[in-house]
Write a protein that binds this ligand. Structure first.
Ligand code: PXP
Length: 265
């Protein structure tokens, strides 16, 4: 069997800013969290500058870009304002996401099939700036093939529906959603796209998804920040790294993951 490379872990630090903003002021500092995440094994940092600035703010993006040595993945809506900020910040990659003000988090993938005329110039402009372009989409053939046709470098497959079904104990739905993700990853890889995944991943789902060979990067935030409350951010990231490596077959199955949240083996 071909030996697979380890999956890159992008740590999303949005919710460090959520906690900071709950009180105003400057603590906890997202850049400090990013540096700690990198020291603990993150391969890159992801941050979502939302239009309503509910967590990450403009000055955070600039501070992250200048403060970290690893790739910065800037999640953004396809708007003129966000494009202008990306052209100033020059992140390593931009991940275009759908955004609705009333949503709690990014719900569903980008409508690349219905919205291709809107997205095309944004993708072209970002690429012209030398920024890698990722599209956050549902793991289905039509949006994957449209992403390729639009010239995206990467697709990030939305894992939210699968993770939700796993958490809710809906075994049949979870199995079907896992197959959808695995099939989607194969289609995207065959289309020449780099394949990422994200949304709602925890130790168990990240470990299982790591067994799908086409994935090269996971972007994980909320669960890690929640775990950090109990075990610290460095430990949460180290355990996630181990879970992903174990899922990939790079660490023997009998290796224990160490501290796990309640309900986890
Ligand atoms: N990837 C994308 C495109 C996202 O929008 C998010 C959520 O901001 C994530 C990954 C991380 O999701 P979670 O915080 O649920 O791990």
């Amino acid at each position: 069997m071909q030996k697979l490379d380890r999956i890159r872990l992008g740590v999303n630090i949005d919710h460090v800013a959520t906690v900071r903003n709950a009180r105003g002021g400057s603590r906890p500092d997202p850049v400090r969290a990013a540096l700690l995440a990198i020291a603990a094994g993150a391969d890159g940092i992801t941050a979502h500058l939302r239009e309503d600035r509910r967590h990450i703010r403009d000055e955070d993006m600039a501070a992250l870009k200048s403060g970290i040595a690893k790739p910065l993945n800037y999640e953004m809506a396809a708007t003129a304002e966000m494009l202008a900020i990306a052209s100033r910040i020059r992140p390593h990659a931009c991940c275009l996401v759908p955004e609705k003000r009333e949503e709690r988090t990014t719900e569903g993938g980008l409508d690349v099939v219905g919205g291709h005329n809107h997205l095309r110039p944004y993708i072209a402009e970002l690429k012209a700036l030398g920024i890698r372009v990722s599209l956050f989409i549902e793991p289905d053939r039509a949006p994957i093939e449209m992403s390729r046709d639009l010239g995206a470098d990467i697709v990030e497959l939305h894992t939210g529906t699968w993770c939700h079904a796993v958490e809710a104990g809906q075994a049949e739905k979870a199995e079907a959603e896992f197959r959808r993700l695995a099939d989607g990853a194969a289609i995207a890889h065959a289309a020449g796209l780099e394949v990422h995944a994200g949304h709602g991943l925890d130790f168990d789902t990240a470990e299982k998804l790591a067994s799908v060979p086409e994935f090269v990067e996971f972007n994980i935030g909320h669960f890690l920040m929640g775990e950090a409350i109990f075990v610290g951010l460095a430990q949460a990231i180290a355990t996630m790294r181990l879970a992903m490596d174990r899922g990939r077959g790079l660490v023997p199955a009998h290796v224990n993951l160490g501290p796990r949240p309640k309900g986890h083996a």
